[in-house]
Design a protein around this ligand. Sequence first.
Ligand SMILES: [Zn+2]
Length: 392
Amino acid sequence: MALFSDNVSAAKPSPDPLSQDRRITKAVRLAPADSCRNTDATPTNGMNLSQTRTSSLGFPRPTTFGGTSSLNIAVLPLTFSDLPYRESDHAALQAAMREFKRYYEAMAYGRTVINYQVVALSDAVRMPGTARSYGAFDEYVDLERVVRESLANASPTLRLSSFDMVALEMARNESVKFWPVAYTNSVESSSGRIGGAVLAGGWQGANWRAIAHEVGHVWLGLEDLYDMSPSPQYDGTFWEYDLMNSFRGSAPELTAWHRFLLGWLDNPQVRCVDSVTARKTTHYLAAIADQNSLPKMVAKPLSPGRTLVLESRRRRGYDNVDDSVLVYIVDSTRRGGDGPIEAKAELTLNRNRKPRLDRYVIPVGPTVRVEGIVIRLIASSKWGDLVEVVQS
Ligand SMILES: [Zn+2]
């Protein structure tokens, strides 16, 4: 009997008392969420990008095919004479796509609907060349040629043009070492144009995270958060936070900033602090892994394209991390793949936590000073955190 009632109370958490704390600054005293819709300031080096669909870390969002409230994606296995696509690959791919859907619908807090169709094994595309000839055994595959030739050889009965985009998948094989990739332009198929494509498989075969990361570029116009210079460093500037940083990391929950960009946060969930806001403000942040209507982000624009962000991370959902308030700077003056988000601190009241000792060290403690702004963690609960922000 006791066990039964425990289960019931665990399944229906009451609202966090911390979210009602009297110290919290009233929303009317903050800046409107629109004041925090900072631009993307990546230098274009004189190129006119207005006709190109590019990824971006700012507002306004680049136009992709269908907006962020739905995705219709066809999943197309590719078979080669030297890399045949097998029934076991197909079963693994179907399981991966179930996870793909579950992930994105959770990241959007129910504000998106994912429809996918894994085409039948008998409709796997028989590719005209060997996998080796496309570079699949090397680091960089000939994406353009794979996309063009797979779509030209796909059965017209699949009616691929009725989908937003396609995910192309090769068989699982450890010696097929190409990096999963995104094709962000629209492309001709045997039944008309489609909005873009991703390609994965080989050593990353049937990996839902690899597919979801690449789809994040094509569907959502998101950038790579990792630091490619001098070579891929997945602990570059943002440790393992966010799927667009590392598809092998332990914290793939999308950041609050990404969800803000994608329209997956409502304005009242954004606590925007700017120069006209009081010098000292106090905020409750609900864990980003939890679906509720509580605030998820404190943001403060620093300059055009640069924004300071705070969010609450918990060992829940897709994250396997120590609880903390993650403090970071979105710096869109750095291009994608150049570490455009930089972690500044993991705030915790746990005195036993050690700083992360990676190539890039993230300070750990109850307070941090970032560009003259002092951020202090006042209290924490299982569900969220209370933070104070003092502007200089
Ligand atoms: Zn990427």
